[in-house]
Design a protein around this ligand. Structure first.
Ligand SMILES: [Zn+2]
Length: 459
């Protein structure tokens, strides 16, 4: 009898031991100490701060916190702790750096699977730069139906590859010949037919509703649309409206019915005014917005996502773009600084977003210094890249501040970012969901594959 029961007892003991080990691992408190803390909401930094983390949650924060004797203490010294940064406008699956025309050719040559593998390195670079959450606003491959942003988001969530939490927009929605029509600038019928709502190209309220439903069906967390022309597209003017008020109303109504927020790419003033009146949740870029339009935005509580980095990067190598795009970039670049200064002065809500992918992934934090350079207080820039983004993304209950009960997405940078905002570009500690992804030097970045070293399938 005793012999017969032995395996049962053994099994119970083994299970108990395993649960004790598992519980012990989950319960071990990690203590982060640093000379300063930006908590995501206060108007000044808090000296000599401590954050207690258990599992994936923050369990206590402050300068007078009791540290459990069995805790693992990580003393970061002369650093500033901050909620993980957020970027409300990235393209983690794309790389628009390098020469414009070479990149267009490369896009036609490269298998989408290969682009997906590259995207894994962009996601890692973004996380290691301190961005623990991104809103990814558009992932399209001309002539191919893949949802690489959805795949990347899911792979990161499953712990398969390191990267930020992603809210994805899939393909984005735009009009025929507009900024999102990837067949623009090529000869007619080169791709066999006009793109349709399943590729995000939609005309008229009904097609727009269909495109919204199709994107949500395939995993979109947010709806992105191009309501005015853009800079890096060949068949449109940068500031012309691309949807009618009736089309914008359908876009917003259908998205909000499905509980999805609407982010609109928009440079032009008329398109911005009509989009604001239709009730979108954020205006991306907003280069030519006049003060009356900004006032309307403020009244309605709509966010501006300025993407200063995109213009900055394009202007730094303006001569490499085709002449038509140079003219569009110069016009948008000349207008956006005054628009941004006005928005700051008027108190329009601003959420940090960069358009990463137009410039190399991982350089996102340079946006902080650009915003401060155009009149924003450093502490407000920090809020813009943490709690404001969390509010815009609709995830403020879970992240964006260092508070008890919030998810342990925490970064640290050297020195005092309110004295020198470029400290944000030197993150050296990254924790996401309570796990440490970086404490020291970053992984060397994978740069874009240039046209002259593309491996064609025949090789
Ligand atoms: Zn963009």
């Amino acid at each position: 009898m005793r012999i017969a029961y032995r395996p049962y007892y053994l099994a119970v003991i083994v299970i108990l031991l395993f649960s004790a080990v598992a519980a012990g691992a989950a319960d071990q408190t990690v203590v982060l100490k640093a000379a300063r803390m930006f908590d995501g909401k206060s108007k000044s930094l808090i000296p000599n701060s401590v954050v207690l983390v258990q599992g994936d949650k923050i369990v206590d924060v402050g300068s007078t916190v009791t540290i459990p004797s069995d805790a693992k203490v990580i003393d970061l010294g002369d650093m500033t702790l901050s909620p993980g940064f957020m970027d409300a406008h990235t393209h983690l699956t794309l790389d628009f750096t390098g020469n414009f025309n070479e990149r267009r050719l490369k896009e036609l040559q490269t298998n989408v699977s290969e682009m997906t593998l590259m995207a894994i390195s962009y996601a890692r670079a973004t996380l290691e730069a301190g961005f623990t959450t991104v809103r990814d606003l558009g992932s399209r491959f001309v002539g191919s139906p893949e949802f690489v942003d959805v795949a990347l988001r899911n792979a990161i969530n499953h712990g398969i590859s390191p990267g930020p939490h992603m809210l994805v927009a899939t393909k984005g929605i735009g009009a025929t010949g507009g900024h999102f029509d990837a067949t623009g600038g090529y000869r007619d019928k080169l791709f066999g037919r006009e793109p349709d709502p399943s590729e995000g190209i939609a005309d008229g309220p009904d097609e727009i509703r269909k495109a919204v439903r199709f994107e949500v069906k395939n995993g979109a967390n947010v709806i992105k649309a191009a309501v005015s022309g853009g800079v890096l597209s060949l068949a449109d003017e940068v500031d012309t409206p691309q949807f009618t008020p009736a089309e914008m109303a359908a876009l917003v109504d259908e998205s909000h019915r499905l509980r999805k927020k609407v982010a609109v790419h928009c440079h032009g003033d008329q398109a911005a005014r009509e989009a604001i009146e239709a009730g979108v949740d954020s205006i991306e870029h907003g280069s030519f917005m006049k003060t009356e339009t900004l006032q309307l935005m403020k009244t309605k509580g709509i966010y501006l996502v300025p993407t200063l980095m995109a213009t900055e990067y394009i202007m730094s190598k303006i001569d490499s773009y085709p002449p038509a795009l140079q003219a569009k970039a110069r016009a948008a670049g000349a207008a956006r600084s005054e628009m941004f200064r006005n928005a700051v002065k008027m108190g329009v809500k601003i959420a940090l977003g960069t358009d990463a992918g137009v410039f190399p992934h991982g350089d996102n934090a340079k946006e902080f210094a650009l915003m401060v350079g155009l009149g924003m207080q450093p502490i407000d820039a920090l809020r813009s890249g943490t709690s404001n983004d969390a509010d815009l993304l609709g995830i403020g209950q879970a992240v964006g501040t260092l508070e008890k009960g919030k998810r342990a997405d925490i970064v640290a940078m050297p020195g005092d970012p309110t004295a020198d905002i470029t400290a944000t570009e030197h993150i050296s500690f990254v924790m996401k969901d309570g796990k440490i992804f970086r404490n020291g030097p970053a992984t060397p970045r994978t740069t874009a594959v240039r046209d002259d070293d593309v491996d064609l399938p025949a090789d």
